[in-house]
Design a protein around this ligand. Structure first.
Ligand code: F6R
Length: 357
């Protein structure tokens, strides 16, 4: 039930700190160390390459998950859109492991790929919010999100839950391979949960950003580099689906190769800057669009902030920033939809789970 909340989406955004803590608890052993079913860790270690298959928001989580697995566990990862993969299969490695990411566990596009790769004799892991869902039943292994039911069509807490579970999977796999993590993930996810709380308490700031930048605009760009780019893709999808504003997520450096032609006087460009090593380059990209009349809105992170940034998120581990930088995206989209009188929980043309191809 949504209780005192006007919309499920807002309730689910607010649940994220709690979900983080629940996920950590669910994946801790009696000594407090993170653990994942040993068969799954074995399957990860047996693989020479991991193929993540997903759609929509879950695909965006997969893009970040690739960073987690490659950086922590040092296993190569490819991320594919499920509706493309079936008929456009890349040349597979010798020992692939397929990882399906699906909140509902019912997405037909993903299921079709699962059936296909099982027929080919490959192993599959499903990361889902729904125990007993089709993708869970038909895969060899399942990891649950423990996010609680997600009712709003726009996915929010499932995305951050997917990232947390992917980080845990990567971390536990890394340890099993003798790779020493530079951080204690339990502690880092605790810091993430606290940071999420700070952001959920800053709703007025996001409401005012939405009013200032998005109340009347026709379109909007989200830019970032590296994992900030992937969060930008998710920000654009959130904004499109609930506010019907044409939005596009772009790699900061790629905009100038054509798309910058769309920048007009007042076009909102939301820039995400949470990564030290590209902080100056993304800010250079902001200057490029500002010089062409764009109305930039920079969301940066403590320690990297500069004069004129519109919002500064609390500092978290640099690999885990998508878990919190996405919350401004969710809340800005939510308030933009309200300002434009859209049906937040049930956007037009959409269903919660897409069971047709
Ligand atoms: C976006 C959204 C969709 C889903 C996509 C995959 O907010 O909800 O893009 O993420 O349809 O759904 P699942 O994760 O259930 O496979």
């Amino acid at each position: 039930e949504k209780g005192t909340y006007p919309h499920y989406m807002l309730k689910e955004i607010d649940e994220q700190p709690l979900v983080m803590r629940k996920i950590v608890q669910n994946y801790q052993d009696e000594n407090g160390a993170l653990e994942v079913d040993s068969d799954i860790v074995k399957a990860m270690n047996n693989a020479d390459r991991i193929y993540i298959i997903a759609a929509g928001t879950s695909y965006h989580a997969g893009l970040v998950g690739k960073q987690f697995i490659e950086k922590l566990a040092e296993i190569p990862v490819e991320v594919h859109i499920s509706s493309e993969f079936g008929y456009n299969m890349p040349l597979l490695s010798q020992k692939p492991l397929f990882v399906f990411i699906s909140q509902s566990g019912e997405t037909a596009d993903s299921r079709q790929v699962l059936v296909q790769v099982k027929e080919m004799g490959h192993k599959a892991l499903t990361i889902t919010n729904v125990a007993g869902s089709t993708l869970s039943r038909e895969a060899d292994y399942t990891l649950l999100l423990h996010a609680g039911p997600e009712i709003a069509v726009a996915s929010t807490k499932a995305y951050t839950a997917q990232l947390a579970v992917l980080a845990i999977l990567a971390d536990v796999t890394a340890k099993s391979r003798g790779i020493n993590a530079e951080f204690d993930l339990v502690q880092e996810l605790g810091i993430v949960a606290n940071a999420m709380e700070v952001l959920c308490d800053a709703k007025e700031d996001f409401e005012s950003i939405a009013r200032e930048y998005l109340a009347v605009t026709r379109n909007c760009f989200f830019i970032g580099r590296g994992i900030d780019f992937y969060v930008g893709l998710e920000g654009a999808l959130k904004l499109k689906e609930i506010s019907y504003i044409q939005a596009e997520g772009f790699a900061g450096g790629e905009l100038k190769h054509g798309t910058i032609a769309l920048i007009e006087e007042g076009t909102p460009v939301i820039a995400i800057a949470t990564q030290d090593f590209v902080n100056l380059s993304i800010r250079g990209n902001v200057k490029e669009v500002a010089a062409r009349g764009a109305n930039p809105c920079i969301i940066s992170m403590e320690g990297l902030e500069m004069d004129g940034d519109r919002f500064v998120i609390p500092e978290v581990n640099s690999l885990l920033t998508p878990l919190i930088s996405v919350i401004p995206m969710q809340l800005i989209s939510y308030y933009a939809a309200l300002h434009r009188d859209c049906d937040v929980d049930k956007p037009r043309n959409l269903a919660k789970s897409v069971t047709v191809e």
